[in-house]
Ligand binder design. Structure first.
Ligand SMILES: *[C@@H]1O[C@H](CO)[C@@H](O)[C@H](O)[C@H]1NC(C)=O
Length: 333
């Protein structure tokens, strides 16, 4: 107990927020295969998820679990979800959708709750930005991510009741941001105060702790505890399949647990854009800029310039450093 006390004191000193209480755990670890999602039915409501919003084909066409489908920095679970929508994924509409819903008797709509999740896309079966996508949303859309909307359709955007409040370029195969670049954040928490009717957004990249990126916004917050759509809805109909990767799904009450995890040893190239808040334990391996100079060339879609950028300015062959959003951001393309 003495050691725990010392740890708690250190945590307070470093500004590291203590975890709240997980009131619903959407970890995919118990799901060994797509068949496990089929065990849930209206008559037999087992597991962490309801699975009824999907197309006509076998579940294995829409859902798969595996270690490579999660953010590798996440330590709370061993595997993530690959979720697919395609031309067969119609449910009660012309829209294409594959969505899981929390299965729980817990009240997911009172007090202040944090809805956590991480998302990723790949270059294989990449989401088509010419179609609107609703991602991890509620029936009344008071908080959700969207893709394929607005002026920059290639951004993943956070919407509150129809208004875009925040966005990040949706890069392929990036859990780690482009090598810990904080422009890219794919770990999220919707911070919902159901009593105060506000919602705010926490986000981070890779294994970095969540930080609040948008202050509370007033809106009409509501859930019946069975309408948090852990999945994707693509408006319109098109043929190519899209794969979305989802992990670290859970709902927490009390205070937010900002920790993502310590990673799995996957390389996290250091940059000077690391936040001042780091999880306990990460101090044993100080970040230095000398390591960065050992790999001076950026890979495809990685950042190679822009105000404040101190990482690599060259690109691996055959890519060139392109000013995508001057003077803030250049990318290897
Ligand atoms: C939620 O909103 C209510 C009403 O505005 C406020 O009194 C309360 O402090 C908020 N709760 C938290 C945990 O922020």
């Amino acid at each position: 107990m003495k050691a725990f006390g010392a740890f708690a004191a250190l945590s307070v000193l470093s500004g590291f927020v203590q975890a709240g209480t997980v009131i619903w755990d959407g970890s995919f670890d118990p799901y060994n295969s797509a068949a496990d999602f089929d065990k849930w039915t209206w008559a037999n409501q087992v597991g962490a998820y309801q699975w009824y919003i999907h197309g006509t084909q076998p579940t294995s066409r829409y859902l798969a679990t595996g270690a490579s489908y999660k953010n590798p920095a996440v330590t709370r679970e061993k595997q993530g979800l690959k979720l697919t929508i395609d031309s067969t994924a119609h449910w009660n509409s012309d829209m294409e959708r594959s969505e899981l819903i929390p299965q729980t008797t817990a009240n997911l709509g009172s007090g202040r709750l944090f809805y956590h999740f991480s998302v990723k896309r790949s270059t294989t079966n990449a989401p088509d930005p010419s179609f609107e996508h609703q991602v991890l949303f509620f029936e009344s859309h008071f908080t959700e991510l969207k893709y394929g909307v607005g002026n920059t359709k290639t951004d993943l955007q956070w919407f509150v009741s129809g208004s875009s409040k925040w966005s990040t370029p949706f890069q392929a195969d990036v859990w780690y941001g482009v090598k810990l670049n904080h422009r890219y954040r794919y770990n999220f928490a919707y911070d919902i105060n159901f009593s105060g009717n506000t919602v705010s957004l926490w986000a981070s990249t890779g294994g970095n702790p969540l930080v609040q990126v948008v202050q509370p916004v007033g809106t009409s917050t509501f859930t019946n505890s069975a309408d948090f759509h852990v999945g994707v809805l693509r408006l319109g109909t098109t043929t190519p399949p899209e794969d979305w990767y989802i992990s670290r799904v859970f709902i927490e009450s009390g205070s937010i647990n900002t920790a993502i995890g310590s990673g799995t040893g996957t390389t996290q190239p250091p940059t000077t854009t690391l936040p001042t808040t780091t999880a306990p334990g990460s101090t044993s391996k100080p970040v230095t800029t000398t390591t960065a100079s050992q790999s001076p060339l950026q890979t495809q879609y990685g950042q190679c310039g822009g105000n404040g950028w101190t990482g690599p300015s060259g690109c691996v062959s055959p890519f060139k450093c392109v000013e995508v959003s001057p003077p803030w951001y250049s990318q290897c393309q």
